[in-house]
Design a binder for this molecule. Sequence first.
Ligand code: DQA
Length: 142
Amino acid sequence: DTIYVLNGPNLNLLGLREPEIYGSATLDDIAGDLEDRARDLDLEIDLRQSNHEGHLIDWLHEAQARGAKAVLLNAGAFTHTSLALYDAIRAIKTPVIEVHLSNPHAREEYRHHSYVGMAAKGTIAGFGALSYTLALEAAARL
Ligand code: DQA
């Protein structure tokens, strides 16, 4: 089974970007951690990043079309703005797990609302790079 791991805007800069909030691990480091854990769980990881909202929507549709077991989605700031992502998650049957490095609820008020969370199966946030591994554990048990 394949798990899609979709990452939104500015997450290509992980490791350099506000490390006091997001940590020093890069997206490649996270991909490596996920690959290691996925091997033990007998799962495949398909990790992607885009700064473009429409790509994330196309990839959600693709996850369903290709029969992915689940999607881990860190939509970055689109989390808080994108009704289109909300609709896309609702439109597919593939379970989507919302992931964040930081805990948006402990941050600015404009990060407290999540369109992704309104449609997701569940959310894992606040554990830095470990959030992704924990979300993979959850996906494996669905
Ligand atoms: C984030 C949290 C969002 O509020 C922010 O816009 C991001 C990263 C996180 O992983 O903590 O880009 O999704």
